[in-house]
Design a protein around this ligand. Structure first.
Ligand SMILES: Cc1cc2nc3c(=O)[nH]c(=O)nc-3n(C[C@H](O)[C@H](O)[C@H](O)COP(=O)(O)O)c2cc1C
Length: 196
């Protein structure tokens, strides 16, 4: 296995103008960036700004008609591993994340996926549970969840005051990502899935 850094993409799923997700994604990014084994890219779906899925062909055909899809495809293709920062809306994951995921297919395949979910009393765990079925459809390998309860750990002045317990849980998720990623990279190469 090579010592090439793992290209970790952190996907901030909330697109709301004022969102807790931004502080949570920054925390995840800061913890991952402090390590030497990851090259971190923070992807904000509000900036990616995809329309509702408007491709005429199925994503599994990879024959994209629109420039925004080709751009999105190139973005995800260059990554090795993903962490979804996932809000809980109405006891499930949010629509913008599902829409962004649905645009592509092969780009996700044989990559590791961690979930940092968040919400009120259930700490986003219902969103995470539902999202895992989506990950399995895409042949992504789920490597763990970190659940953030906003009523216990609120975002104050744009920052998340993460507890040591939360940071330990995130470190476990990152360790697992690092353990699997080189193997999954080989699998993608064997399947002819090119990074670029
Ligand atoms: C449309 C909507 C539905 C929500 N439904 C839930 C819910 O089912 N469970 C929950 O714990 N929180 C729920 N919340 C509260 C969110 O978890 C909280 O507002 C969080 O900050 C949303 O993430 P965001 O600010 O990054 O968009 C909901 C919020 C929105 C906007």
């Amino acid at each position: 296995m090579s010592n090439t850094p793992i290209r970790l993409q952190i996907i901030l799923g909330s697109t709301r103008p004022v969102r807790a997700g931004e502080a949570i994604a920054r925390w995840v990014s800061d913890v991952a960036s402090a390590r030497t084994d990851f090259e971190v890219e923070l992807i904000d779906l509000a900036q990616v700004n995809l329309p509702l899925l408007d491709e005429p062909r199925q994503p599994s055909q990879g024959d994209y008609q629109h420039e925004h899809t080709r751009r999105w495809s190139a973005t995800i293709r260059r990554g090795d591993a993903v962490i979804f920062v996932l809000p809980e809306y109405n006891h499930s994951f949010n629509a913008a994340t599902k829409n962004a995921v649905d645009f592509l297919y092969e780009e996700w395949r044989y990559k590791s996926a961690g979930i940092v979910c968040y919400g009120g009393g259930a700490r986003g765990t219902r969103a995470a549970q539902h999202f895992k079925t989506v990950l399995s459809a895409l042949k992504m390998t789920h490597v763990g969840d970190v659940a953030v309860g906003l009523s216990e750990v609120p975002v104050v002045d744009g920052a998340l005051a993460a507890t040591p317990q939360m940071t330990r849980a995130l470190t476990t998720l990152l360790n697992e990502t690092a353990r699997l990623s080189p193997h999954l990279r080989s699998l993608r190469e064997d399947a002819g899935i090119a990074p670029h």
